[in-house]
Design a protein around this ligand. Structure first.
Ligand code: HEC
Length: 411
Protein backbone atom coordinates (compact mmCIF):
# COMPACT_ATOMS: atom_id res chain seq x y z
CA UNK A 1 0.00 0.00 0.00
CA UNK A 2 2.68 2.40 1.08
CA UNK A 3 4.55 1.77 -2.12
CA UNK A 4 1.62 2.25 -4.37
CA UNK A 5 0.72 5.55 -2.76
CA UNK A 6 4.30 6.72 -3.16
CA UNK A 7 4.21 6.49 -6.93
CA UNK A 8 0.74 8.02 -7.07
CA UNK A 9 2.01 10.85 -4.91
CA UNK A 10 5.01 11.43 -7.12
CA UNK A 11 2.93 11.55 -10.24
CA UNK A 12 0.63 14.02 -8.48
CA UNK A 13 3.49 16.26 -7.40
CA UNK A 14 4.85 16.43 -10.93
CA UNK A 15 1.41 17.37 -12.18
CA UNK A 16 1.00 20.02 -9.51
CA UNK A 17 4.38 21.51 -10.27
CA UNK A 18 3.65 21.77 -13.97
CA UNK A 19 0.18 23.15 -13.51
CA UNK A 20 1.52 25.63 -10.97
CA UNK A 21 3.81 26.98 -13.63
CA UNK A 22 0.98 27.08 -16.14
CA UNK A 23 -1.49 28.75 -13.81
CA UNK A 24 0.65 31.03 -11.68
CA UNK A 25 1.85 30.65 -8.11
CA UNK A 26 0.52 27.74 -6.18
CA UNK A 27 -1.40 28.37 -2.99
CA UNK A 28 0.73 27.96 0.06
CA UNK A 29 0.12 24.68 1.82
CA UNK A 30 2.15 24.85 5.00
CA UNK A 31 2.83 27.47 7.65
CA UNK A 32 6.46 28.46 7.95
CA UNK A 33 7.97 29.10 11.38
CA UNK A 34 8.60 32.75 12.30
CA UNK A 35 12.05 34.25 11.85
CA UNK A 36 14.20 36.41 9.62
CA UNK A 37 14.10 34.91 6.13
CA UNK A 38 10.51 33.67 6.33
CA UNK A 39 9.15 36.42 4.10
CA UNK A 40 11.75 35.97 1.39
CA UNK A 41 11.11 32.23 1.34
CA UNK A 42 7.37 32.76 1.12
CA UNK A 43 7.70 35.29 -1.64
CA UNK A 44 10.33 33.67 -3.85
CA UNK A 45 10.11 29.93 -3.35
CA UNK A 46 6.43 29.51 -4.21
CA UNK A 47 6.90 30.74 -7.75
CA UNK A 48 7.71 27.24 -8.94
CA UNK A 49 6.58 24.81 -6.24
CA UNK A 50 4.78 24.61 -2.91
CA UNK A 51 6.47 25.22 0.41
CA UNK A 52 5.96 21.55 1.19
CA UNK A 53 8.92 20.81 -1.12
CA UNK A 54 10.97 22.50 1.58
CA UNK A 55 9.34 20.71 4.49
CA UNK A 56 9.47 17.27 2.88
CA UNK A 57 12.99 17.57 1.47
CA UNK A 58 14.60 15.99 4.52
CA UNK A 59 16.49 19.23 5.24
CA UNK A 60 20.05 20.31 4.50
CA UNK A 61 23.04 21.82 6.22
CA UNK A 62 23.53 25.58 5.90
CA UNK A 63 25.93 25.06 3.02
CA UNK A 64 23.59 22.55 1.45
CA UNK A 65 20.69 25.03 1.55
CA UNK A 66 22.86 27.77 0.12
CA UNK A 67 23.92 25.62 -2.80
CA UNK A 68 20.47 24.25 -3.47
CA UNK A 69 18.73 27.62 -3.39
CA UNK A 70 21.36 29.15 -5.69
CA UNK A 71 20.43 26.59 -8.36
CA UNK A 72 16.80 27.77 -8.25
CA UNK A 73 16.69 31.49 -7.68
CA UNK A 74 19.11 34.43 -7.76
CA UNK A 75 19.02 36.24 -4.39
CA UNK A 76 21.20 39.11 -3.20
CA UNK A 77 24.11 37.98 -1.07
CA UNK A 78 22.48 39.26 2.06
CA UNK A 79 19.17 37.54 1.32
CA UNK A 80 20.93 34.31 0.42
CA UNK A 81 22.69 34.28 3.78
CA UNK A 82 19.52 35.04 5.73
CA UNK A 83 17.56 32.40 3.83
CA UNK A 84 20.24 29.73 4.30
CA UNK A 85 20.38 30.48 8.03
CA UNK A 86 16.64 30.42 8.35
CA UNK A 87 16.24 27.18 6.43
CA UNK A 88 19.09 25.31 8.10
CA UNK A 89 17.75 26.29 11.53
CA UNK A 90 14.18 25.24 10.78
CA UNK A 91 14.82 22.46 8.30
CA UNK A 92 18.11 20.90 9.38
CA UNK A 93 19.49 17.84 7.67
CA UNK A 94 17.54 14.72 8.67
CA UNK A 95 18.91 11.21 8.59
CA UNK A 96 18.25 9.74 5.15
CA UNK A 97 19.16 6.53 3.44
CA UNK A 98 22.78 7.28 2.74
CA UNK A 99 24.54 6.45 -0.51
CA UNK A 100 26.14 3.01 -0.27
CA UNK A 101 29.57 3.08 -1.85
CA UNK A 102 30.78 -0.07 -3.53
CA UNK A 103 34.35 0.02 -4.78
CA UNK A 104 35.46 -1.66 -7.99
CA UNK A 105 37.85 -1.65 -10.92
CA UNK A 106 36.44 1.23 -12.98
CA UNK A 107 37.40 4.91 -12.75
CA UNK A 108 34.97 7.66 -13.69
CA UNK A 109 35.11 11.43 -13.60
CA UNK A 110 31.89 13.38 -13.29
CA UNK A 111 31.69 16.98 -14.43
CA UNK A 112 28.54 19.06 -13.89
CA UNK A 113 27.34 22.39 -15.31
CA UNK A 114 24.81 24.72 -13.67
CA UNK A 115 22.23 25.72 -16.28
CA UNK A 116 21.47 29.34 -17.23
CA UNK A 117 17.75 29.39 -16.32
CA UNK A 118 17.60 28.74 -12.59
CA UNK A 119 15.08 26.19 -11.31
CA UNK A 120 14.53 24.95 -14.86
CA UNK A 121 14.11 21.28 -13.88
CA UNK A 122 16.25 19.62 -16.51
CA UNK A 123 14.27 16.43 -17.00
CA UNK A 124 16.02 14.48 -19.72
CA UNK A 125 19.50 14.77 -21.25
CA UNK A 126 20.52 13.97 -24.82
CA UNK A 127 24.00 13.16 -26.09
CA UNK A 128 24.05 14.50 -29.66
CA UNK A 129 26.18 13.09 -32.46
CA UNK A 130 28.36 16.24 -32.55
CA UNK A 131 29.35 15.83 -28.89
CA UNK A 132 27.01 18.47 -27.54
CA UNK A 133 24.72 17.76 -24.59
CA UNK A 134 21.08 18.81 -24.73
CA UNK A 135 18.53 19.07 -21.94
CA UNK A 136 14.83 19.83 -21.52
CA UNK A 137 14.28 22.83 -19.22
CA UNK A 138 10.83 21.72 -18.15
CA UNK A 139 9.92 24.71 -15.95
CA UNK A 140 11.71 27.27 -18.14
CA UNK A 141 10.04 26.04 -21.36
CA UNK A 142 13.35 25.78 -23.19
CA UNK A 143 15.62 23.22 -24.78
CA UNK A 144 19.25 23.81 -23.89
CA UNK A 145 22.56 22.89 -25.52
CA UNK A 146 25.96 22.64 -23.88
CA UNK A 147 29.31 22.28 -25.55
CA UNK A 148 31.19 20.33 -22.87
CA UNK A 149 34.56 21.27 -24.39
CA UNK A 150 34.08 25.00 -23.91
CA UNK A 151 31.24 25.14 -21.38
CA UNK A 152 29.25 27.34 -23.79
CA UNK A 153 25.50 27.01 -23.33
CA UNK A 154 22.50 28.19 -25.28
CA UNK A 155 18.82 27.94 -24.44
CA UNK A 156 16.20 27.76 -27.21
CA UNK A 157 12.74 29.09 -26.29
CA UNK A 158 9.75 26.97 -27.32
CA UNK A 159 6.66 28.15 -29.11
CA UNK A 160 3.75 27.20 -26.85
CA UNK A 161 4.03 28.73 -23.36
CA UNK A 162 4.42 26.37 -20.38
CA UNK A 163 4.58 23.33 -22.64
CA UNK A 164 6.58 21.26 -20.14
CA UNK A 165 9.40 19.95 -22.39
CA UNK A 166 10.18 16.51 -21.03
CA UNK A 167 11.94 13.91 -23.23
CA UNK A 168 14.44 14.34 -26.09
CA UNK A 169 15.52 12.52 -29.24
CA UNK A 170 17.73 13.65 -32.14
CA UNK A 171 17.08 12.76 -35.80
CA UNK A 172 19.69 12.05 -38.48
CA UNK A 173 19.69 15.67 -39.67
CA UNK A 174 20.44 16.97 -36.19
CA UNK A 175 16.96 18.26 -35.36
CA UNK A 176 16.04 17.91 -31.71
CA UNK A 177 12.62 16.39 -31.00
CA UNK A 178 10.88 16.72 -27.65
CA UNK A 179 7.68 15.74 -25.89
CA UNK A 180 5.73 18.68 -24.46
CA UNK A 181 4.35 16.88 -21.45
CA UNK A 182 1.95 19.63 -20.31
CA UNK A 183 0.52 20.50 -23.73
CA UNK A 184 -0.46 17.45 -25.75
CA UNK A 185 2.13 17.93 -28.46
CA UNK A 186 5.42 16.67 -29.81
CA UNK A 187 7.84 19.26 -31.16
CA UNK A 188 10.89 19.56 -33.37
CA UNK A 189 13.58 22.18 -32.92
CA UNK A 190 15.95 23.05 -35.76
CA UNK A 191 19.05 24.20 -33.86
CA UNK A 192 20.38 26.04 -36.94
CA UNK A 193 17.42 28.43 -37.10
CA UNK A 194 15.74 28.02 -33.70
CA UNK A 195 12.49 27.21 -35.54
CA UNK A 196 10.05 24.98 -33.70
CA UNK A 197 7.49 22.78 -35.46
CA UNK A 198 4.69 21.33 -33.35
CA UNK A 199 2.67 18.15 -33.94
CA UNK A 200 -0.61 17.94 -32.02
CA UNK A 201 -1.64 14.68 -30.37
CA UNK A 202 -4.87 13.03 -31.50
CA UNK A 203 -8.05 13.36 -29.45
CA UNK A 204 -7.97 11.50 -26.13
CA UNK A 205 -4.17 11.32 -25.94
CA UNK A 206 -2.25 13.33 -23.36
CA UNK A 207 1.01 13.48 -21.42
CA UNK A 208 3.54 12.67 -24.16
CA UNK A 209 6.42 11.29 -22.15
CA UNK A 210 9.58 9.68 -23.54
CA UNK A 211 10.55 9.73 -27.25
CA UNK A 212 12.99 7.53 -29.18
CA UNK A 213 13.84 7.07 -32.87
CA UNK A 214 13.97 3.69 -34.55
CA UNK A 215 16.41 2.73 -37.33
CA UNK A 216 13.96 3.94 -40.04
CA UNK A 217 13.72 7.43 -38.56
CA UNK A 218 10.25 6.87 -37.09
CA UNK A 219 9.66 8.50 -33.72
CA UNK A 220 8.10 6.36 -30.97
CA UNK A 221 6.89 7.77 -27.67
CA UNK A 222 5.10 6.78 -24.50
CA UNK A 223 2.07 8.66 -23.18
CA UNK A 224 0.78 9.06 -19.66
CA UNK A 225 -2.73 8.36 -20.96
CA UNK A 226 -1.86 4.65 -21.15
CA UNK A 227 -0.70 4.69 -24.77
CA UNK A 228 2.23 4.40 -27.13
CA UNK A 229 2.54 6.77 -30.08
CA UNK A 230 4.24 6.78 -33.48
CA UNK A 231 5.13 9.83 -35.55
CA UNK A 232 6.49 9.60 -39.10
CA UNK A 233 8.49 12.81 -39.60
CA UNK A 234 8.43 12.71 -43.42
CA UNK A 235 4.61 12.84 -43.52
CA UNK A 236 3.76 14.19 -40.06
CA UNK A 237 1.41 11.23 -39.64
CA UNK A 238 0.80 10.40 -35.99
CA UNK A 239 -0.95 7.41 -34.49
CA UNK A 240 -1.46 6.38 -30.87
CA UNK A 241 -2.67 3.06 -29.49
CA UNK A 242 -3.86 2.17 -26.00
CA UNK A 243 -2.25 -0.65 -24.05
CA UNK A 244 -4.33 -3.84 -23.67
CA UNK A 245 -4.51 -3.32 -19.89
CA UNK A 246 -6.40 -0.24 -18.68
CA UNK A 247 -4.94 2.42 -16.37
CA UNK A 248 -1.29 1.93 -17.38
CA UNK A 249 1.59 4.43 -17.43
CA UNK A 250 4.02 3.60 -20.24
CA UNK A 251 7.25 5.30 -19.17
CA UNK A 252 10.77 4.53 -20.43
CA UNK A 253 11.01 3.28 -24.05
CA UNK A 254 13.86 1.93 -26.23
CA UNK A 255 14.05 0.31 -29.67
CA UNK A 256 15.85 -3.02 -30.04
CA UNK A 257 18.26 -4.09 -32.80
CA UNK A 258 15.35 -5.38 -34.93
CA UNK A 259 13.38 -2.14 -34.75
CA UNK A 260 10.92 -3.24 -32.06
CA UNK A 261 10.03 -0.69 -29.40
CA UNK A 262 10.03 -1.95 -25.79
CA UNK A 263 8.65 0.05 -22.89
CA UNK A 264 8.12 -0.31 -19.16
CA UNK A 265 4.86 0.37 -17.34
CA UNK A 266 5.32 2.46 -14.21
CA UNK A 267 1.83 1.66 -12.94
CA UNK A 268 2.01 -2.10 -13.05
CA UNK A 269 4.36 -5.05 -12.90
CA UNK A 270 4.85 -5.32 -16.63
CA UNK A 271 6.90 -4.48 -19.67
CA UNK A 272 5.54 -4.23 -23.21
CA UNK A 273 6.56 -4.42 -26.84
CA UNK A 274 5.01 -2.80 -29.89
CA UNK A 275 4.71 -4.30 -33.37
CA UNK A 276 6.25 -1.51 -35.48
CA UNK A 277 3.91 -2.18 -38.43
CA UNK A 278 0.52 -2.92 -36.82
CA UNK A 279 1.27 -1.13 -33.53
CA UNK A 280 -0.21 -4.06 -31.67
CA UNK A 281 1.03 -3.98 -28.08
CA UNK A 282 2.00 -7.12 -26.23
CA UNK A 283 2.37 -7.03 -22.43
CA UNK A 284 4.63 -9.29 -20.36
CA UNK A 285 4.05 -9.53 -16.60
CA UNK A 286 6.92 -9.30 -14.12
CA UNK A 287 6.70 -11.87 -11.29
CA UNK A 288 6.45 -9.51 -8.30
CA UNK A 289 3.07 -7.70 -8.24
CA UNK A 290 4.75 -4.74 -6.47
CA UNK A 291 7.31 -4.21 -9.27
CA UNK A 292 7.16 -0.73 -10.83
CA UNK A 293 9.72 -0.52 -13.64
CA UNK A 294 10.36 3.13 -14.46
CA UNK A 295 13.16 3.30 -17.02
CA UNK A 296 14.46 0.79 -19.54
CA UNK A 297 17.77 -0.01 -21.24
CA UNK A 298 18.52 -2.64 -23.89
CA UNK A 299 21.84 -4.43 -24.16
CA UNK A 300 23.21 -5.42 -27.60
CA UNK A 301 21.75 -8.93 -27.13
CA UNK A 302 18.27 -7.30 -27.02
CA UNK A 303 17.78 -8.21 -23.38
CA UNK A 304 15.50 -5.78 -21.52
CA UNK A 305 16.86 -4.17 -18.32
CA UNK A 306 14.82 -1.95 -16.03
CA UNK A 307 15.04 0.02 -12.83
CA UNK A 308 12.35 -1.06 -10.37
CA UNK A 309 11.90 2.30 -8.70
CA UNK A 310 9.49 1.26 -5.99
CA UNK A 311 11.17 -1.96 -4.83
CA UNK A 312 14.78 -0.82 -5.29
CA UNK A 313 15.89 -3.47 -7.79
CA UNK A 314 17.71 -3.73 -11.09
CA UNK A 315 15.76 -6.16 -13.29
CA UNK A 316 16.45 -8.22 -16.39
CA UNK A 317 13.79 -9.61 -18.72
CA UNK A 318 14.86 -11.92 -21.52
CA UNK A 319 12.30 -11.74 -24.35
CA UNK A 320 13.60 -15.01 -25.85
CA UNK A 321 12.86 -17.13 -22.79
CA UNK A 322 10.55 -14.90 -20.74
CA UNK A 323 12.92 -15.33 -17.78
CA UNK A 324 13.17 -12.52 -15.22
CA UNK A 325 16.11 -11.98 -12.89
CA UNK A 326 16.53 -9.24 -10.30
CA UNK A 327 19.31 -7.81 -8.19
CA UNK A 328 18.73 -5.61 -5.11
CA UNK A 329 20.25 -2.20 -5.73
CA UNK A 330 23.25 -1.43 -3.47
CA UNK A 331 21.40 1.45 -1.74
CA UNK A 332 18.62 -0.89 -0.58
CA UNK A 333 14.84 -1.10 -0.80
CA UNK A 334 14.33 2.70 -0.60
CA UNK A 335 17.12 3.62 -3.03
CA UNK A 336 14.66 4.34 -5.88
CA UNK A 337 16.69 3.40 -8.96
CA UNK A 338 15.67 5.66 -11.82
CA UNK A 339 17.53 6.82 -14.98
CA UNK A 340 19.37 3.91 -16.70
CA UNK A 341 21.49 3.34 -19.84
CA UNK A 342 23.44 0.44 -21.33
CA UNK A 343 26.96 0.67 -22.70
CA UNK A 344 27.69 -2.70 -24.30
CA UNK A 345 26.85 -5.34 -21.69
CA UNK A 346 27.28 -2.90 -18.80
CA UNK A 347 24.31 -1.16 -17.15
CA UNK A 348 24.58 2.28 -15.60
CA UNK A 349 21.85 3.86 -13.50
CA UNK A 350 21.24 6.30 -10.69
CA UNK A 351 19.70 5.80 -7.26
CA UNK A 352 17.45 8.79 -6.57
CA UNK A 353 16.33 7.88 -3.04
CA UNK A 354 19.72 8.01 -1.34
CA UNK A 355 21.58 11.15 -0.42
CA UNK A 356 23.68 12.05 -2.24
CA UNK A 357 22.27 10.30 -5.34
CA UNK A 358 24.58 7.65 -6.73
CA UNK A 359 25.78 6.51 -10.09
CA UNK A 360 25.68 2.71 -10.20
CA UNK A 361 27.53 0.41 -12.57
CA UNK A 362 26.46 -3.21 -13.04
CA UNK A 363 28.53 -5.50 -15.21
CA UNK A 364 26.10 -8.13 -16.52
CA UNK A 365 28.97 -10.50 -17.30
CA UNK A 366 30.40 -10.60 -13.77
CA UNK A 367 27.22 -9.45 -11.96
CA UNK A 368 29.34 -7.02 -9.95
CA UNK A 369 28.15 -3.60 -8.79
CA UNK A 370 30.23 -0.48 -8.35
CA UNK A 371 28.93 2.93 -7.18
CA UNK A 372 29.95 6.60 -6.97
CA UNK A 373 28.29 9.69 -5.54
CA UNK A 374 27.12 12.45 -7.85
CA UNK A 375 29.04 15.57 -6.73
CA UNK A 376 26.07 17.99 -6.68
CA UNK A 377 23.89 15.39 -4.95
CA UNK A 378 21.98 14.69 -8.16
CA UNK A 379 18.56 15.95 -7.02
CA UNK A 380 16.97 13.00 -8.90
CA UNK A 381 18.53 11.82 -12.15
CA UNK A 382 15.42 11.07 -14.16
CA UNK A 383 17.19 9.94 -17.27
CA UNK A 384 20.65 9.30 -18.68
CA UNK A 385 22.07 8.45 -22.07
CA UNK A 386 25.26 6.96 -23.48
CA UNK A 387 27.40 9.14 -25.76
CA UNK A 388 28.84 7.83 -29.03
CA UNK A 389 32.24 7.37 -27.45
CA UNK A 390 30.99 5.33 -24.52
CA UNK A 391 30.54 7.97 -21.84
CA UNK A 392 27.29 9.09 -20.17
CA UNK A 393 25.23 12.24 -19.89
CA UNK A 394 22.85 12.85 -16.97
CA UNK A 395 20.23 15.45 -16.10
CA UNK A 396 20.24 16.40 -12.41
CA UNK A 397 16.68 17.78 -12.07
CA UNK A 398 16.68 19.20 -8.56
CA UNK A 399 20.21 20.61 -8.85
CA UNK A 400 19.53 22.32 -12.18
CA UNK A 401 22.56 20.72 -13.76
CA UNK A 402 23.63 18.41 -16.53
CA UNK A 403 26.58 16.08 -16.10
CA UNK A 404 29.08 14.31 -18.28
CA UNK A 405 30.49 11.08 -16.88
CA UNK A 406 33.78 10.12 -18.47
CA UNK A 407 34.43 6.45 -18.02
CA UNK A 408 38.01 5.25 -17.73
CA UNK A 409 38.92 2.89 -20.56
CA UNK A 410 40.48 -0.51 -20.13
CA UNK A 411 37.05 -1.44 -18.83
C1 HEC B 1 12.49 28.97 -10.86
C2 HEC B 1 11.83 27.89 -10.19
C3 HEC B 1 12.16 27.63 -8.72
C4 HEC B 1 12.22 28.52 -7.68
C5 HEC B 1 11.95 30.01 -7.71
C6 HEC B 1 12.55 27.74 -6.51
N1 HEC B 1 12.67 26.43 -6.83
FE1 HEC B 1 13.00 24.88 -5.53
N2 HEC B 1 12.88 23.54 -7.07
C7 HEC B 1 12.72 23.89 -8.39
C8 HEC B 1 12.79 22.69 -9.19
C9 HEC B 1 12.66 22.63 -10.70
C10 HEC B 1 12.97 21.61 -8.30
C11 HEC B 1 13.07 20.15 -8.65
C12 HEC B 1 11.69 19.61 -8.67
C13 HEC B 1 11.66 18.21 -9.22
O1 HEC B 1 12.65 17.73 -9.77
O2 HEC B 1 10.60 17.60 -9.09
C14 HEC B 1 13.02 22.18 -6.97
C15 HEC B 1 13.16 21.43 -5.81
C16 HEC B 1 13.31 21.97 -4.55
C17 HEC B 1 13.58 21.20 -3.34
C18 HEC B 1 13.72 19.69 -3.27
C19 HEC B 1 15.17 19.36 -3.54
C20 HEC B 1 15.60 18.01 -3.03
O3 HEC B 1 16.69 17.58 -3.44
O4 HEC B 1 14.90 17.41 -2.24
C21 HEC B 1 13.70 22.09 -2.33
C22 HEC B 1 14.02 21.77 -0.90
C23 HEC B 1 13.52 23.42 -2.89
N3 HEC B 1 13.27 23.31 -4.24
C24 HEC B 1 13.60 24.59 -2.15
C25 HEC B 1 13.44 25.87 -2.70
C26 HEC B 1 13.58 27.07 -1.93
C27 HEC B 1 13.91 27.14 -0.45
C28 HEC B 1 13.33 28.12 -2.79
C29 HEC B 1 13.34 29.61 -2.49
C30 HEC B 1 14.51 30.16 -1.87
C31 HEC B 1 13.04 27.55 -4.10
N4 HEC B 1 13.14 26.19 -3.99
C32 HEC B 1 12.73 28.28 -5.23
C33 HEC B 1 12.50 25.15 -8.91
C34 HEC B 1 12.45 26.32 -8.18
Amino acid sequence: MRRKSLSTLLAASVYLAVSAQAQGPQRQQIQLPEGAGKEVVEATCTRCHGLNSIASSGGFTREGWEQLVSSMVALSREQATTVAEYLSKNFPEQPRPAAVLVSGPVKVSIEEWLLPSLGSRPHDPLAAADGSIWWTGMFANVLGRLDPRTGAMKEFPLKTPASGPHGLAADQAGNIWYTANAKRLVGKLDPKTGDVTEYALPEGARGPHTPVFDQQGTLWFTLQSGMVGRLVPSTGEMKVVATPTANTYPYGIEVNSRGIPWYVDFRGNRVGSVDPVTMQIREYPLPDPAARPRRIALTPDDVVWYTDYVRGYLGRFDPKTGAVREWPSPGGADSRPYGIAAIGQVLWYSESGVRPNTLVRFDSRTEQFQTWVIPSGGGVVRNMMATRDGNLVLACSGRNRVALVEIGRGD
